[in-house]
Design a protein around this ligand. Structure first.
Ligand code: NAD
Length: 474
């Protein structure tokens, strides 16, 4: 079993106790990482605080150069990082429509390069005989990053790179279920960055909670579930930490009557099932117009039955296992609830026997609002398909949910679809697409899907505070 160390102040740090990391394709551990203590968190925060004056005082061009060097290091180690991502998450190296570990590491590299190139220009509000007024963006200090298990390396990069680019120092805590790729990335980064600029502690929720409450951390960026987001918000109140919270989603997609069912079904399947549905902004509730409902569900079920589910290390695997046993049980529970309440399970829906946390891609027809699988975030390889006839009614139903991450409308009339879609209460609307994010466009949730945005200039600004400078000229 491979053993990993934490990195604090540029040095490898072990712990008395270890945490086993399980490969969900086998159900057996493949790595051991340290179980940090609260004293380790204190040490990591102290190292980050000590490194802050030097790092924030480094000219932007030098920080950009070092961040580009991080991208090169990720690229040079891509095969190893892909394998760690596949072993810890179960996602295939390749995957359905190329959504797998290769995309995760490739995305991490792309995001790093785009983020390195972002600028924080001084804005001039007034410049006349009386005064010059400028708006400057300054780093916040120490950023604490807490990440989930679904896209562990990618999300770590989404947190760390803008924080560093803006001049902050960082302490990161990856999910205890998927820490290995992030540990390796931080090790690689510490060969490039000054000591203390990027530190990693590994542990369970108590270590995340210690970070959220820590007086030496100025901001928490958190991606994970909404209940955990609420707890972090409460703990962060002690020193009024800045927060970016990227939380759960229960994204609705609405298929209008003017689409070709055969052409749209593979695209709907891809956006509902990539990474086994374990993506925050996956399609999670599909509303299909009555006139083409039967054709769309039977096409989806056919595609689901043909999907290749298996160990992500095998080259032909499209969908891997569910990442952990608790999630597997939860997903099956939602399916059983829908079955008991009269839904038709057109594909999958059976808990396989054998090793690993595999679950067959499951299409649920005759799902209705009020069923748990529609109202709750399933976060697994299951898609409920709901019938509708009236457009105003379906928009109201799509909006009748506490989440507001993404939403989509599918139609051959893109102007009409855009007008309809903008009535959805969500942070991102996609038309004839779902869940595709990019490093230069803001992404975040409304309602209980989060606070703040990531990516591009808007995302970078969240790692800064404003200093207004007014200089009198007379
Ligand atoms: P989770 O909330 O259980 O855990 C996420 C992280 O928080 C882990 O590192 C965990 O150790 C830590 N944690 C747990 N309790 C804590 C506490 N009290 N204080 C501080 N830290 C604590 O989430 P998960 O199951 O790992 O991830 C799945 C969820 O993440 C889904 O709801 C999904 O929609 C969401 N997600 C959202 C986005 C987005 O961008 N909006 C992206 C990916 C995943």
């Amino acid at each position: 079993m491979r053993e990993f160390n934490m990195i604090i102040d540029g040095k490898a740090v072990s712990a008395v106790r270890g945490l086993e990391v399980v490969n969900p394709a086998s159900g057996r551990p493949f790595a051991v990482v340290p179980a940090a203590s609260e004293a380790d968190v204190d040490r990591a925060v102290a190292a980050a605080r000590a490194a802050f004056p030097g790092w924030s005082g480094t000219v932007a061009a030098e920080r950009q150069r070092l961040i580009l060097a991080l991208a090169d290091a990720l690229e040079a180690n891509m095969p190893e990082l892909m394998e760690l991502v596949t072993r810890e998450t179960g996602k295939p190296l390749g995957g359905l429509n190329g959504v797998g570990a290769g995309m995760e590491v490739g995305g991490a590299i792309a995001w790093t390069r785009v983020t390195a190139a972002l600028e924080l220009p001084v804005e001039v509000i007034q410049d006349n005989d009386e005064a010059r007024v400028e708006v400057h963006r300054k780093p916040l200090g120490v950023v604490g990053s807490i990440t989930p298990w679904n896209w562990p390396l990618m999300i770590a990069i989404w947190h760390v790179m803008p924080a560093l680019r803006a001049g902050n120092t960082v302490v990161i805590k990856p999910s205890e279920l998927t820490p290995t790729a992030t540990l390796r990335f931080v090790e690689l980064a510490n060969a490039i960055l000054p000591p203390g600029v990027l530190n990693i502690v590994t542990g369970e929720r108590d270590i995340g909670a210690a970070m959220a409450a820590h007086p030496g951390i100025d901001k928490i960026v958190f991606t994970g579930s909404t209940p955990t987001g609420r707890k972090i918000m409460q703990s962060a109140a002690g020193n009024l930490k800045r927060l970016t919270l990227e939380l759960g989603g229960n994204d609705a997609g609405i298929v209008l009557p003017d689409v070709d069912p055969k052409a749209v079904a593979p695209r709907l399947f891809a956006v509902g099932f990539h990474n086994n549905g374990q993506t925050c902004a996956c399609l999670k509730r599909l509303y299909v117009h009555d006139s083409l409902y039967d054709e769309v569900v039977s096409e989806l079920a056919r595609i689901a039955r043909e999907a290749v589910v298996g160990d992500g290390m095998m080259s032909d695997t499209q969908l891997g296992p569910v990442q952990n046993k608790a999630q597997l049980r939860y997903v099956h529970e939602l399916v059983e609830d829908a079955r008991a309440r009269g839904a038709r399970i057109l594909s999958g829906g059976e808990m396989p026997t054998g090793d690993g946390y595999f679950y067959p891609p499951t299409i649920i027809a005759d799902a209705i609002d009020g069923m748990r699988v529609v109202d709750e975030e399933q976060f697994g390889p299951v898609l409920p398909v709901i019938r509708y006839t009236d457009l105003d009614d379906v928009i109201a139903r799509a909006n009748d949910n506490d989440n507001g991450l993404g939403g989509s409308v599918w139609s051959s009339d893109i102007d009409h679809a855009t007008r309809i879609g903008m009535r959805l209460e969500c942070g991102t609307l996609w038309v004839n697409e779902h869940g595709a994010v990019q490093p230069d466009a803001p992404f975040g949730g409304v309602k209980q899907s989060g606070i703040g945005v990531e990516f591009g200039r808007y995302g970078l600004e969240e790692y800064t505070s404003i200093q207004t400078v007014k200089v009198m000229k007379r």
